[in-house]
Design a binder for this molecule. Structure first.
Ligand code: SAM
Length: 240
């Protein structure tokens, strides 16, 4: 029963969580895998085991990607955040897709970070970029403290862009590499249901705190804010 998983963060390996989710139960997978970029990110459980090697990277991630496709509903959407280093492998790894790139900027500076997302349907058909600006305004005062909690968090505003472009209110968004929880916080603020997992208990706890904060302080876009009713309770734990 998918209801058992809704609005919960699971301190689990993504593959284990996904194996427990029913086939065709999720509207959108919006997730940000390990980048494997030159900078070898040190997570609190250790370093990315692939250390930037494309073959090792995909050997680690492919079974999780396949499970993500399985749990999606027909025509469900997948957005997979990815390091630029792996662009030459995208076609082989993901089949047909569209690459979405978003540029972050703040009130004071163009941060000029081009974030890359592989976007496709469950059936591996490309999803076109929406008719809206690809610049995402980020609040640096909120983002910088996050960098002290996680080595590579995405700003909530970026995930709000992805969630609002790819899902409708009430739909279920899954982030199986949830890290500090930006996807989950954006989903909560935009009145979507969500499911998260991460290997790190600490990141799961940070994610839960950020979801709770998102209930109080919804993120953009303002047109889609929910009415303030509290969502179902959330826990950190193992998948049933
Ligand atoms: C790029 S970070 C995600 C950052 C996240 N989008 C955020 O805003 O904080 C990738 C995350 O995947 C987690 N991770 C790596 N392998 C995993 C696995 N097999 N199962 C679950 N989480 C995993 C890491 O702990 C890390 O937090």
């Amino acid at each position: 029963m998918i209801e058992n998983f809704i609005n919960k963060v699971f301190c689990n390996d993504a593959r284990l969580l996904l194996q427990r989710l029913p086939t065709a139960s999720i509207d959108a997978v919006i997730t940000d895998a390990m980048y494997g970029t030159a900078k070898s990110f040190q997570y609190d459980w250790g370093a990315d085991p692939a250390r930037g090697n494309p073959e090792k990277h995909w050997r680690y991630h492919e079974p999780i990607y396949r499970e993500c496709l399985r749990v999606l509903k027909p025509e469900g959407v997948l957005a997979w955040g990815q390091g630029g280093k792996f662009v030459p492998h995208f076609r082989q790894w993901f089949g047909d897709h569209r690459v979405w790139t978003l540029t972050r900027f703040s009130k004071t500076a163009l941060l000029a970070i081009g974030n890359i997302w592989v976007v496709q349907t469950k059936e591996q058909r490309p999803i076109e970029f929406p008719h809206r600006d690809s610049l995402v305004m980020c609040d640096r005062a909120k983002y910088l403290p996050l960098r002290k909690l996680h080595p590579c968090p995405k700003p909530t505003e970026e995930l709000a862009f992805m969630i609002s472009s790819l899902t409708k209110p009430g739909q279920i968004a899954l982030d199986c590499f949830c890290g500090a929880g930006s996807t989950l916080a954006a989903a909560e603020a935009l009145n979507r249901k969500w499911i998260g997992s991460d290997l790190s208990r600490r990141y799961c706890q940070i994610a839960m705190k950020r979801v709770a904060d998102a209930r109080m302080l919804p993120v953009l876009p303002a047109g889609e804010l929910r009415d303030g009713n509290s969502a179902a309770c959330s826990v950190v734990g193992s998948a049933p």
